[in-house]
Design a protein around this ligand. Sequence first.
Ligand code: NAD
Length: 490
Amino acid sequence: MALPLFDDAGATRESLYINGKWGPGASGETFEVTDPASGAVLSSVAAAGPGDVRAAIDAADAAFEQWAGATAYARSAYLYQAHRLMLERADDLATLMTMEQGKPLKAARTEVKYAADFLIWFAEEAKRVYGSTIPSARADQRFMVLRQPVGVVAAVTPWNYPVSMITRKVAPAFAAGCPVVLKPAEHTPLTAMAVFKIFDDVGLPPGVANLVTTADPAVFSDEVFASRAVRKIAFTGSTAVGKMLAREAASTVKRVSLELGGHAPFIVFEDADPVHAAKGASLVKFLNTGQACISPNRIFVHRSLYEVFLETLVTRARTLKAGNGLDATSGVGPLIDEKAVLRMQRQVDDARARGARVLTGGHRLIGTGFDGGFFYSPTVLADVTAAMDIYREETFGPIAAVTVFDDEAEVVAMANDTDYGLASYLYTRDLSRALRVSERLRFGMVGINDINPTSAAAPFGGIKESGLGREGAAEGLGEYLDTKLIGISI
Ligand code: NAD
């Protein structure tokens, strides 16, 4: 099948977008992009070298002053146009995403819409970067506070949400007046190219948006760490890589915002509707084949509802049809690679050996329709305990791990017993309990009877080892702004 949005296969080799021009890397080297549903090679893209990364940073640095000096209305206009083009190309973008990332087409379309939301939300917010004045203790003095763009931004994005993780960074950066050099995940460079084609087509000034593809992320980060021009790193990915970036960024005191891993608790109290809660758990657990940072990793169910909850969850998991995301009947796509399949099997084997019951799934999917792909059956584990790997490690796959509990204080302590702190969920019909528990959960986000507490207008992010800073909302724009105080004697 031909790649949507690319005129010919050769076009993908010119995957570096530097200073307003598409081109290959200086070395001419490339790396392959594959389809996780079949293992088939989709195309090859340029493997950037250190010189290419430096050229992109230099272009961004050269563009900074003019971009920062443009009016907020001018910057906003580019974002409005990018929003319009993204929606116009939504079907092609979604198809391309499904081909290289695997998620079902319907989910890919939803992601494109979510990604476009960030473009329009920050197009609007660009015009609201307000400063302030502060009264002085001296009658002859005035204080004025300005908010100014931080400078060149290096952005690194993951493969699981290959469009929205880009717009969630790039839109507020552009709105604030920052040029960007972005490195997408090695699994999903094509979708990133399609997004940057939009920036090219809306006529962004050269150097404002720069894209660098590579299969060796250190080539990118080493140049970023060494650069004095790069003033901020915006990252979404694993906690291990995020910690390394934060450590290295310290040598030139760059700002960092980190959206890292999660280990979300999903609590079902005794006064909840267990069927409704199980349907919610199934939807959010198997979304994107479980490859979401807000995916519930520990599902805690009150003893009185345990069996009925499990029964509904198992029924829902069994009705999910795994398959190629391009097939409209597929409800769950492949995992991203072989390593992910092996991690699923290791976590299931470990849980089973330590006493968990495998109620459905628990194995790789093979045979017709699955050949060459990385499919794993939607799985439900019951009687999961703190002794099992899955209770501590991020799963990032389609395994629902369910644990029984008896009282509120006990379950809050269990939920908080993790180094992660991204999303959390609770189901209850008791308003007092909902608020009491929400306040005690040590997580950046809480869904109360709600499985999708996300929006371009709402601050997304984690605490503890799940990250620093927020994306989306006014907070998301603040990540790209410095505060400057001006004191004036009159
Ligand atoms: P990863 O950390 O391996 O990769 C993420 C990105 O970092 C990729 O672009 C990768 O190339 C890059 N990277 C890896 N090593 C690097 C290095 N040395 N220097 C610079 N860049 C480097 O993570 P992944 O497996 O691709 O993504 C899954 C992780 O992302 C999960 O932990 C998930 O929870 C997290 N995630 C978090 C959020 C959030 O908003 N908090 C959203 C999506 C995913």
